[in-house]
Design a protein around this ligand. Structure first.
Ligand code: NAD
Length: 357
């Protein structure tokens, strides 16, 4: 099993180091190869996604990614900015499915802004289509309006579009994920207004015939935004398009209270994937040894489950994380009275110790 390790910028190297330690403690046979990405790669080569990094990512069985970005690169031309590396990897590896679990661990219930009875025991999976929709649809641009009530005025325009096979393949990912959970898919769209969504809904209904053991529900996106804060536990797997998923997955993430706990996976049709924490490079805390490495460690668990076919090793990591939380180890972002504050590396060590149980 060859794993490309791309730590990136800010806290990226600190948190990825801990996830690598956990992987090595779990199985010494993993072949781990490190490469520069993002601002670190730009500094070294003038390119946030150098050819050798891309080649490694293509060649590896899976990619463990930290985070990229730093405010000091914000004034660079867009093609040189660290974030372009993620877009490049998504495009080259055809990573069309983004999986983001939102789990509220019992020990962290008080970290959520929602009432404990609404949030405790939350375990949902957002499946977001990642390569289509209004973010990529053509035509798009800025122009003088050729018609309409504001004809002749400067306008911006984008195109929302989805082809049936695109919807079908993300639907399969959601239904198959639901089969391993409580067998309920909620498809989110805006089919009362948008043709794209009407097609989306029709495809999901058709696809559901192939998964008679999975219940399919539909919800309009505006209602879904409300239900996620009103009764989030009513969801199991949520599947939606790129723009709705972008917004709803952040909403779901924050339900659990700490961004430092949330892993994510972006996978392609061959289950090859890029695994990264849901948060960014946190330059404000970089180098202080206070970053929470658990989202990255849990991303490594997702990698073992979805790309490397090792669900029992994924379970071991996830159980170890639950154990360290019950042992009251906390990094600064999730500290509460009565708990033991630990550094980034101490948290990694605690997870490794918990693997033995
Ligand atoms: P951020 O997620 O990096 O940080 C937001 C807040 O959460 C900060 O206060 C930070 O200290 C805190 N935080 C984040 N991760 C944490 C962790 N593991 N432990 C403890 N606290 C944590 O978002 P931002 O500040 O808006 O962006 C910073 C940089 O990250 C920007 O350059 C942005 O473009 C980039 N970014 C990268 C990715 C990615 O690599 N996938 C995603 C989002 C943002």
């Amino acid at each position: 099993m060859k794993i490309a390790i791309l730590p990136g910028d800010g806290i990226g190297p600190e948190i990825v180091t801990e996830a690598v330690k956990v992987l090595q403690a779990l199985d010494e046979s993993f072949e781990l190869e490190l490469a520069l990405v993002g601002g670190a790669a730009y500094e070294a080569s003038g390119n946030p996604l150098p050819d050798d990094t891309l080649a490694l990512a293509k060649h590896a069985d899976a990619i463990l990614f930290g985070a990229v970005g730093d405010w000091r690169y914000d004034k660079l031309e867009r093609m040189f900015r660290p974030e372009q590396a993620i877009l490049g990897l998504r495009t080259h590896l055809q990573l069309f499915a983004n999986l983001r679990p939102a789990i509220c661990y019992p020990e962290l219930t008080s970290a959520s802004s929602l009432k404990p009875e609404i949030i405790s025991g939350l375990d949902i999976l957002i499946v977001r289509e990642l390569s289509g929709d209004i973010y990529f649809g053509q035509p798009r641009g800025l122009r003088n309006a050729p018609d309409g009530p504001f004809q002749g005025n400067h306008e911006g325009f984008d195109t929302m579009r989805y082809a049936e096979p695109e919807v079908r393949r993300i639907g399969h990912v959601a239904f198959q994920a639901a089969r391993k959970r409580t067998k309920h898919v909620t498809s989110i769209d805006k089919a009362n207004v948008l043709e794209t969504s009407q097609l989306w809904r029709n495809v999901m209904i058709d696809l559901a015939l192939e998964y008679p053991d999975v219940k399919l529900s539909h919800m309009y996106v505006d209602n879904a935004a409300m239900q996620l804060v009103k009764a989030p536990k009513a969801f199991d797997v949520v599947v939606t398009g790129n723009i709705f998923g972008d917004i709803l997955s952040d909403e779901a993430a924050i339900l659990t209270g700490s961004i430092g706990m949330l892993p994510s996976a972006s996978i392609n049709a061959n289950n090859k994937g890029l695994y990264e924490p849901s948060h960014g490079s946190a330059p404000d805390i970089a180098g202080k040894s206070i970053a929470n490495p658990l989202a990255t460690i849990l991303s490594a668990a997702m990698m073992l489950r979805y790309s490397l076919g090792r669900p029992e090793q994924a379970d071991r990591i996830e159980n170890a994380v639950k154990l360290v939380l019950s042992q009251r180890y906390r990094t600064l972002d999730i500290i509460t009275p009565g708990c033991k504050q630990v550094s980034t590396s101490e948290m990694g060590n605690a997870v490794i110790a918990a693997l033995a149980h």
